[in-house]
Structure formats: C-alpha cells, structure tokens
Design a protein around this ligand. Structure first.
Ligand code: KG4
Ligand code: ZN
Length: 352
C-alpha cells in the first residue's frame, strides 16, 4: 500500500512515497536555507513563495524516483499543522487537488506525530510500549507518553523557545548562518564544554517542562561582556562559507562558548528524558526532530544510563521530511481515518 506524503510546514518542501508504512521508496527534500540564511531565520512570506515554486517538481521527482504512478497510490498524506499557515496551505491545497483529480483518499497528519513516526518507520517492532517520545526541533520541544495504537499524552513542553530555536538564535547572535544547529554541532567538539558555566533551568510547577530563554540570555550577556564585535562582523561578511572557514573565523573562546552552550542544552534534554521515562515506566525512548540530528546529543544519550533503550532516526529523517508524514498516515488509513476537503491548515495543531 503506497502512500504519497507531502510536507510544507516550515522551510522544507518535501514529498515521499512509503510502502506499507515501512519501506521508503523515495524521499525528496528541497530546503530553503539559501533563501532564509541572510535573515538568520525563516521569513514566512518568502517560505510560502518558495513552496509554491518547489511543490510540483518535488512531488513529481518523488513519484519518479519511487517508480510510482498516481494510479498506484492508496492515499495522499499531508501535514495539516502545526506550522506556518501560508506554508502549510501550499502542501494542503496541492494534496487536495491531487486527491480530487484522482479520487484518492486524503489524510491530514500532525507534523509532531510525523517526527515520532520517523523513528517507528526505521526501528519498527523494536519499539516497545509505553514509549517516551522527545520531539525536539526548531518549533517544538515536547515530551509525550506513547501507548500502543498511537495514543499520546503530553508530559512536558517548552515554556518559551524550542531547543532548535535556541541554537538558531545563538548562531544568529554570533554571526553564523541559518540553521544554526548543524554549525554549532560541528564546531562544539573543538571547544571546552566546561569553560562557561551556565545554570540549568529550574521549573516551578511541572518539572518536565523546558525553558531555553534563560540560556539564550546568558549567552547574550557573555557576548556583551567579551568584545566579540569584530569577529562577529567578520563571520557575517563570509559568503557561503564551508566548515573549514567557520572554524578558521571562530577563536577558541567562542568555540568554548559554543561547546558550553551545547553541553547545557544536552543536559537539559537528557535530564527530563530520564525523569519522564522513569515516571511512566517507558520501555523505549524515542528522540526525534531536527535537534535529534545533533551528534553531541546522540553520543551523550548513548553513554547515559537511561531507563530504557534510546532510538534516534537516521539524520536525514531527523529534520523535516515527507517520509515521516506518509509513515504516520499508514495506521490512520488502516483505521479508515480519512479526511474530507474541509481539511484546514492549523498553525497550533496539538497532538495531545
Ligand atoms: O525538525 P526540523 O527540520 O523543523 C522543525 O520542525 O522545526 O528542525 C529544524 C531545527 C532547526 O532549529 C535546526 O537548527 C535544528 O533543528 N537542527 C539541529 C541540528 N540539525 C538541525 N540542532 C542541533 N544540532 C543539529 N545537528
Ligand atoms: Zn519538524
């Protein structure tokens, strides 16, 4: 049973064909980094325009690479939210048109549920329930209990910035490009993670909630106290730098700052992963979303003594893609969970 997945919630236009919720026949992702890079973050209006430009060729390429005709599809799945409404609308409208023209079932998928299915897609039966899922990306830092049959309960979430957002804001502040996560991740091993002591967030109320705005402000204070203006300016002037250039233009003190920032984010994430897994008696731990691509986080999770085995998606399935959307739609289709053309883009769609 082949499902075409379409994802356009933020700054990636993606399409994929997945068979039986498990086998990826194709997964095409067109990123808009070049468009948003100079602004240090996603510009919604530009994102919608880029989606409009990319959606037709991206879907066509996904079908071609999967050697799948529209008449071989069992359904079209599309991200309905959360995300940027103008961006979501492009994917939803295109999916509806395909379904209308070809008489195909339409399935709306929650983007966060998609991220969780990125792990289920690859790890399959090795995931035991109840599972704990930490979805950590540019838009979300959420902890869910996942029961058999994909029932979700929200255990905690960020009260301010998402972890990926903190990476992107710190990168922007320091004159690195967008997205900031991959750059900081690669530079962090060159610094001393104990050089700058950041305090961990103490949460009143739900101890499983997250907060990253204090850390972001602490980085800002550090930058203000150290004279970084000229090195930041030099980095901002670099045109399309590669990793070696970033490294060359980043003095040791800044590398130490980045390493310390990353170590603090990882500690915040792993502490709550550990505590929440303990609380629900999780038999598997899932970490997904763009920040799950972080090499430091993966290594730290492997070395930590957590209450159960930890599963990460492969890096390509950690960041936004449409294979995870098609995979999440498979159990919905099996249950007859088909949407009608009233399906709407929903900026704040909740999973639980
Ligand atoms: O899941 P995703 O592609 O989009 C959202 O749903 O938000 O995640 C993008 C986020 C960005 O904030 C990006 O900086 C971050 O994930 N990211 C990383 C890494 N790769 C991407 N953060 C830390 N380390 C990485 N290697
Ligand atoms: Zn995402």
């Amino acid at each position: 049973m082949r499902i075409l997945g379409i994802e356009s919630s933020c700054d990636e236009t993606a399409a994929a064909v997945v068979a039986d919720g498990r086998e990826i026949l194709s997964s095409v992702v067109a990123s808009q980094f070049a468009t948003h890079g100079k602004y240090g973050g996603v510009v919604p209006e530009l994102a919608s325009r880029e989606h409009l430009r990319a959606i037709v060729p991206v879907v066509r390429l996904a079908l071609e690479q999967a050697r799948t005709g529209l008449d071989e599809l069992a359904a079209v799945a599309v991200t309905e939210g959360p995300g940027l409404v103008g961006s979501l609308l492009v994917g939803i409208t295109y999916a509806k048109s395909l379904c209308f023209a070809r008489g195909l079932p339409l399935i709306g998928v929650n983007h966060i549920e998609g991220h969780i299915h990125a792990v289920l897609l690859e790890a399959g039966e090795r995931i035991e329930f109840p599972a704990l899922a930490l979805v950590v990306s540019g838009g979300h830092t959420h902890l869910f209990e996942v029961r058999e049959g994909f029932a979700y309960r929200l255990l905690g979430k960020t009260r301010d910035d998402a972890a990926g957002e903190a990476y992107d804001k710190v990168a922007k502040l320091l004159g690195f490009g967008y997205p900031g996560g991959p750059i900081i991740d690669r530079l962090a091993p060159y610094g001393d993670p104990r050089a700058v002591r950041f305090t961990l967030a103490r949460m009143k109320g739900n101890a499983l909630d997250f907060s990253f705005s204090g850390l972001k402000t602490a980085v800002l204070r550090w930058v203000e106290q150290h004279d970084l203006a000229s090195e930041i300016e030099a980095r901002r002037k670099l045109a399309a730098p590669g990793f070696d250039e970033w490294l060359r233009f980043t003095p040791q003190a800044t590398l130490d700052l980045l390493a310390s920032f990353q170590a603090t984010v990882i500690e915040e994430l792993l502490r709550r992963l550990d505590a929440s897994a303990e609380e629900i008696g999780a038999r598997s731990l899932i970490v997904s979303g763009g920040v799950a691509a972080n090499a430091g986080l993966r290594a730290a999770a492997r070395n930590a003594s957590l209450p159960g085995p930890v599963f990460f998606p492969s890096p390509a399935l950690s960041t936004d893609n449409a294979a995870m959307i098609a995979a999440a739609a498979f159990p919905k289709l099996a249950r007859g969970g088909i949407d009608d053309f009233a399906l709407r883009a929903s900026a704040n769609l909740a999973l639980a």
